[in-house]
Design a protein around this ligand. Structure first.
Ligand SMILES: C[S@@+](CC[C@H](N)C(=O)[O-])C[C@H]1O[C@@H](n2cnc3c(N)ncnc32)[C@H](O)[C@@H]1O
Length: 293
């Protein structure tokens, strides 16, 4: 890749963090209403299965805008705390401002790479809603997260299952790849290993074992999500985010002439998801639980 004159810092996740703090932050802001609502149901299911107890201290890994951090703060109550950590400073700034505005006192936020930064200790739970799939070295990152947990503390993470059960992301990728090729040379930073890096339960359980976790359980969660109030919004979403959006983004200016045919192909490909409730697609995650000890 053409990164000779590009500087994203020195850590293994530096390039991914530059993407999250740069173009991906902007895209998450633009599509926030869709992304956080859709993911919300999967996160809520994780919190229903593994509810944080009143008074608990909970780490929210890759907390993004901090809506889950605020939600957890409400569940643990004033005697507990929710600590949101995200590598992208812009997400953390927004999360901090919104929690203050909402008057949620028992939240804290920190901008840090969870793979390397000291995260504190003695947490009862580490929660993550699709925030753990982007580490250059997931074993090291999950070991660092485990080090922040009290003995017996639990990690609960929501991660995407396989592409074929997440049609809206995978189909968009296939459609885009049929028209354009992922570029060998690009100037934009990539988002790291990507959303499906923990889709395989065997691989992910192995990662967790190597990170020192035990009592590992996978709960399959199938909840369709709204990906657009209409087809134009759904197409705009997948052209901006996910594997298809990533290819378009990395192509930069070279993607411009292809935007019209890509958009048309996506409209055709997504027509079957379009209904009276908007554009609704199958979505499937693992809710993974693992214990420190
Ligand atoms: C798909 S977003 C999910 C955000 C949020 N949990 C939600 O559900 O809306 C992934 C988040 O993980 C964060 N992230 C990626 N790599 C990280 C790292 N190494 N350390 C901490 N956060 C990271 C990104 O900045 C981003 O906010």
């Amino acid at each position: 890749m053409s990164t000779a004159d590009t500087h994203w810092g020195s850590g293994a996740n530096a390039e991914a963090i530059a993407a999250w703090d740069g173009p991906l932050y902007d895209r998450f802001v633009a599509f926030r209403h869709i992304v956080t609502t859709g993911l919300g149901a999967h996160g809520e299911e994780a919190l229903r299965l593994y509810p944080p107890q009143p008074g608990a201290r909970v780490l929210d890994v890759g907390c993004g805008f901090g809506d889950t951090t605020q939600r957890i703060a409400g569940l643990v109550g004033p005697d507990g705390e929710a600590f949101g950590v995200d590598a992208a400073a812009r997400f953390v700034e927004t999360a901090t401002a919104e929690a203050a505005e909402a008057g949620v006192a028992n939240t804290r936020f920190m901008a840090a790479d969870v793979q390397t930064a000291p995260l504190g200790e003695g947490f009862d739970m580490a929660f993550s809603r699709v925030g753990t799939m982007f580490f250059a070295n997931p074993v090291v990152a999950l070991r660092n997260i485990r080090a922040a947990l009290a003995p017996g503390g639990r990690l609960v993470m929501v991660v995407w299952r396989r592409r074929t059960d997440n049609d809206w992301l995978y189909r968009a990728q296939q459609i885009v790849e049929a028209i354009v090729e992922r570029p060998d040379e690009y100037d934009d930073p990539t988002c790291g290993p990507g959303p499906f890096s923990m889709a395989d339960a065997d691989t992910t359980s192995e990662i967790l074992v190597h990170a020192g976790f035990s009592d590992i359980a996978f709960h399959r969660c199938d909840i369709p999500i709204l990906i657009g109030r209409d087809i134009d919004e759904a197409v705009a979403l997948v052209m901006a985010m996910g594997p298809a959006g990533e290819i378009m983004r990395l192509l930069g200016d070279r993607a411009r002439p292809l935007e019209v045919p890509v958009r048309a192909a996506l409209r055709d490909g997504f027509a079957e998801f379009d209904g009276p409730e908007g554009v609704v697609a199958r979505a499937s995650t693992w809710i993974v639980s693992a214990v420190n000890g």
